[in-house]
Design a protein around this ligand. Structure first.
Ligand code: UN1
Length: 511
């Protein structure tokens, strides 16, 4: 694809026509009935990008049973051979990076570099999975019994259902699917209804590779409503693992339904991430870290910076610089050169932004910059900074919009306590040049989040680490490190190669 900013060109280069697209893919598309039709809307101007037929329960059944049948074959393929097929997917994502990235911009409004960056995350996790294909290591233990050997091994788990949100419509699926696939699992994906075209394009890229290698349908796609397809999916015992990204409310429901049938869930829910800036911090770094964390992706990352706590000695200077920087943020069409902030996903998001600002002001917050919808077509808002003398009740909630609350502190213990004093626990940062402050922040009584950074912002985590958070963020870990273990079943094996049968714990049982 060249510099074609036309959505039809982008879709065509991804092999998608702009006619009514099927929402159920058991490898290839399933025709027949549908459970209604949805429009994919461009949040930058409200135009319709495409139309998608929602999956029926019969189609859901066909998708899941196809994936199940392919899983039974796939799990017997040696992991390094699975890795080779994932390598081919990584290659395809490289080829389609620009087009897929542009589609991310069209469908969810990310600026161009962030759309491409998202696809890069997909490439990275696929590469990671290829490496992992030769490293799905188990431990060996020393048995307490003579002539015995003890070890653990990891087997494929089964089918994994992956439920994704609009804000990372490609990468979050890939974190799950690439790791699940290398672990020997099949995957059925239910994407957000706000990003169906990216899901279809992504599915097709992988399906081509799977079909060429004889595993068509190992990855299934069902585009449907939560109340119908989502409910069916989370109750379906063919999914030993449900990996869901979204709101805390959604995760609470998914977690309890899946637990009731003794399934596992991997939840990646709301964030409410704070940055602490100490008096000795490098303010140039802090400024950039805060601005990207709070304004990037129009505040619609689960890792977005929503609160900052500034030491009183530097609070005025840094706040002033931030306000100046916010006023210079170029808001505009996501694919226009120089745009730093695109639109929110839709008008409901704009309403939530306006309501949150109103509430913050009613609670004593002072709007220092921003605070309004931008007067143009599309769901655009101004990035907003709200100063607070005390932590406002609204700071307990995640509003998926570019609103940053600024508080000040004099004592680091107090700043860390306030940072932790929210129900969510995803990401956190400190900007400091003081070794003791950074160690205090990273220590056991420091940040209580799944991610704790020093001198970088809260968002933009690399895939090599385990990604996820504590408390109402849900406790799941996806992507790198040993997150793969959630996608496999562990088996502890003890082998007796002696001619006796000694019992553990010194028990005698002579018969
Ligand atoms: C999300 O918003 O759901 O760390 C994921 C980041 C990205 C992923 C965010 N790598 O900001």
């Amino acid at each position: 694809m060249s510099n074609d900013l036309n959505v039809h060109g982008v879709l065509a280069s991804l092999g998608i026509s702009d006619a009514l697209l099927p929402g159920a893919w058991a490898g290839s598309a399933l025709g027949g009935d549908n459970a209604g039709v949805i429009d994919s809307i461009n949040p930058a101007d409200g135009t319709v990008l495409g139309r998608v037929a929602l999956a029926t329960s019969e189609q859901y059944e066909a998708v899941v049973s196809t994936a199940q049948a392919q899983y039974l074959r796939w799990r017997t393929l040696p992991a390094p051979k699975r890795g080779e097929i994932i390598r081919q997917m990584a290659e395809q994502f490289r080829i389609h990076k620009e087009a897929l990235g542009a589609l991310v911009s069209f469908e969810v409004g990310k600026v161009r570099s962030e759309g491409a960056g998202e696809v890069q995350e997909t490439i990275d996790i696929a590469d990671f999975a290829v490496g992992l294909s030769r490293q799905l290591y188990g431990l060996t233990m020393h048995s307490e019994r003579p002539g015995h050997r003890m070890y653990e091994q990891w087997h494929p788990l089964g089918l994994v259902s992956v439920i994704t949100a609009f804000n990372f419509p490609n990468a979050v699926w890939a974190w799950n699917a690439m790791i699940a696939a290398v672990c020997g699992d099949g995957v059925v994906w239910k994407p957000s209804l706000k990003a169906p075209l990216i899901a279809i394009a992504t599915h097709r890229i992988c399906e081509d590779v799977l079909a060429k290698n004889g595993y068509s349908g190992l990855f299934g796609l069902v585009i449907g409503r939560d109340a119908e397809i989502g409910e069916r999916m989370i109750r379906d015992a063919r999914f030993p693992l449900v990996s869901a990204t979204g709101s805390t409310r959604m995760g609470r429901h998914v977690g309890s339904v899946v637990a009731e049938r003794f399934g596992r869930s991997l939840l990646e829910l709301g964030g409410n991430n704070a940055i602490i800036v100490t008096a000795d911090a490098d303010l140039d770094l802090a400024l950039r870290g805060i601005a990207f964390g709070a304004v990037g992706t129009a505040g619609q990352r689960c890792t977005t910076t929503r609160r900052i706590y500034l030491h009183a000695d530097i609070a005025d200077t840094l706040t002033e610089r931030l306000v100046k920087c916010y006023k210079q943020v170029k808001i505009g069409h996501p694919l226009e050169a120089g745009t730093l902030m695109g639109p929110l996903i839709d008008d409901d998001a704009v309403n939530a932004y306006e309501a949150a600002i109103q509430e913050a002001v009613a609670q004593g917050g002072r709007v220092l910059t921003g605070g309004k919808r931008v007067d143009r077509a599309g769901s655009y808002v101004e990035p907003t900074i709200i100063a607070m003398d005390h932590d406002l009740p609204i700071c307990q909630h995640e509003t998926f919009a570019p609103i940053l609350y600024v508080g000040r502190f004099t004592d680091l213990d107090d700043a860390i306590r306030r940072q932790n004093d929210v129900p969510q626990g995803l990401s956190s940062s400190i900007f400091t040049t003081n070794f003791q402050s950074s160690e205090q922040f990273l220590g056991a009584t420091g940040s209580d989040c799944g991610i704790a950074n020093v001198n970088i912002g809260t968002s933009g985590a690399e895939i090599g680490g385990a990604f996820g958070g504590e408390k109402e963020t849900g406790g799941g870990r996806e992507a790198g490190s040993d997150s793969w273990k959630a996608y496999m079943r562990r088996q502890t094996c003890t082998l007796n190669y002696s001619r006796d049968l000694p019992l553990a714990q010194g028990i005698t049982f002579d018969v």
